[in-house]
Design a protein. Structure first.
Ligand code: ADP
Length: 452
């Protein structure tokens, strides 16, 4: 996985760890080298001071050198004359420094020497001239304590580095999570905002930070969208409402004309016009119902509904249509099944399903309406027919508005593609579910399931 593909939280944490790693490394190196040079400078200062004392003693003579070794704090020094060693301390004889063979280095000054055994010394050398002789004075100091201190400092810094990185990782992850937490709130709320729930708004924890500003910008957009949606819904509701009055007027004028006309051709024309007026009126009614449903303005009243009685009523209401097509409409109604729902909406759903059953089933076909209580549902209503059924690739879409499988045939039967969307709304508003299922042996079954 590439870094660019990981979450912002992970990326922020990694950047934080990398930056802190570089800072800790630079800081450790600075601490190590400054401590090192301070310790070495201190050592040099000490040896230079000791060299001064030994030089004075060398100029004064051997006894003075002996006194310096015995009573002073300088233990490692050697004085060379022209003929060889003039004086060397006991510690010098014992220490590994004598293996360095410092006499071979002719020049004065200071240097560090390390033996293959790991023994390491800081050495200062100077030449002392008296009236009758010339001496070379060499003072040494064991460097090992300084090196040991530096080693343990380096070890501490090295061991501390992964610890610091681990702390940076945990701390960075927690901090990034805390800083990004408003985003999670915004994301989960944004997922809830749909066309039906445009009144919801994203949470704004702090209007002055980046997330707050982003949420405010989105909220303003949602407000504008909601405004447009509301206007559109109001327009549909108003338009369909306004259409109903002139349509009713056309219908009554047409009926009067039909009664008074004696011309057969004219009567047929008026008859067709009246049929189209009825379809237009039904369409306007359906549109008004959907517009009210969308804006949540449809009046709903929950009451205890006797399912068998409700289906019986709907069947009675539609009976004439079935008779007209010589279709058999049978009922299998379990009594004593009650459900809490809006009676009018549920009745509308059943009527729409029965209407489709008679419309799409051929003359002489068979339609069955059943009511039963079946756990875990409280109630199931099914309308089955022996019609053509619904091809698989249309099953998801038949509940969409204005969706018709065969627009040509549907307009013959008078449908505009709103019947099932209204039925689905009417069932869902009562917390139920409307589903299609192919009927065994051909045809369709539409099932309304009401939860317990
Ligand atoms: P319409 O007003 O055109 O009937 P619907 O929303 O009620 O619209 O139905 C959508 C489409 O589903 C219809 O065009 C029709 O093709 C199909 N359909 C609905 N009910 C049935 C049924 N019982 N049998 C076969 N096809 C159906």
């Amino acid at each position: 996985m590439r870094i660019a593909e990981t979450s912002v939280r992970t990326r922020l944490t990694l950047w934080h760890v990398a930056a802190l790693g570089i800072i800790v490394l630079a800081f450790s190196a600075t601490v190590y080298f400054s401590v090192r040079s301070a310790l070495l400078a201190q050592l040099d200062q000490q040896i230079a001071h000791d060299l001064g004392i030994v030089r004075q003693a060398a100029a004064a003579g051997a006894y003075e050198l002996y006194e310096t070794e015995e009573h002073g704090s300088i233990s490692l020094f050697e004085v060379l004359g022209k003929a060889g060693v003039v004086y060397k301390t006991q510690a010098w004889s014992r220490a590994a420094v004598q293996n360095l063979d410092v006499s071979t280095r002719p020049e004065d000054g200071s240097w560090s020497s390390t033996l293959p055994t790991g023994d390491s010394y800081r050495i200062h050398a100077a030449t002392v001239r008296t009236a009758d002789d010339t001496f070379r004075v060499i003072v040494a100091e064991d460097e090992r304590p300084v090196r040991r201190s530096l080693r343990s400092l380096a070890l501490t810094l090295l061991l501390g580095f992964p610890g610091a990185l681990a702390l940076a990782l945990v701390g960075g992850y927690l901090l990034a999570g805390k800083a990004l937490s408003p985003i999670n709130g915004i994301v989960s709320k944004a997922q809830e905002i749909t066309a039906d729930r445009l009144s919801e708004r994203l949470p704004v924890d702090n209007p002055n930070d980046e997330f707050g500003k982003l949420a405010i910008v989105f909220n303003t957009t949602f407000s504008r969208l909601q405004d447009s949606f509301d206007r559109l819904k109001r327009f549909t509701a108003d338009a369909s409402h306004e259409l109903r009055t002139p349509l009713t007027a056309i219908r009554s004028i047409g009926e009067v004309a039909l009664q008074s006309s004696t011309d057969q051709a004219c009567r047929e024309v008026i008859g067709s016009m009246l049929e189209e007026t009825d379809r237009l009126r039904a369409l306007a009614d359906n549109l008004l119902m959907l517009a009210r449903a969308d804006s949540g303005m449809a009046p709903l009243r929950r009451e205890l509904v006797d399912a068998a009685l409700l289906v019986h009523e709907a069947v009675e209401y539609m009976h004439a249509l079935f008779e007209e097509k010589r279709q058999t409409l049978e009922m299998d109604l379990e009594t004593g099944v009650y459900v809490e729902a809006d009676r009018t909406a549920l009745r509308q759903a059943i009527i729409n399903l029965l209407d489709n059953a008679t419309k799409y089933t051929a003359a002489g076909g068979f339609v069955l309406a059943t009511v039963r209580s079946e756990k875990p549902a409280a109630m199931i209503i099914e309308i089955s027919d022996t019609g053509p059924g619904i091809p698989e690739d249309h099953r998801d879409k038949i509940f969409d508005r204005f969706y018709r499988i065969d627009p040509g045939r549907s307009s013959e039967t008078g449908g505009a593609g709103l019947g099932l969307s209204i039925a689905r709304w009417a069932v869902e508003v009562n917390r139920g579910r409307l589903q299609f299922e192919p009927r065994p042996g051909g045809g369709s079954t539409f099932r309304i399931t009401m939860p317990a």
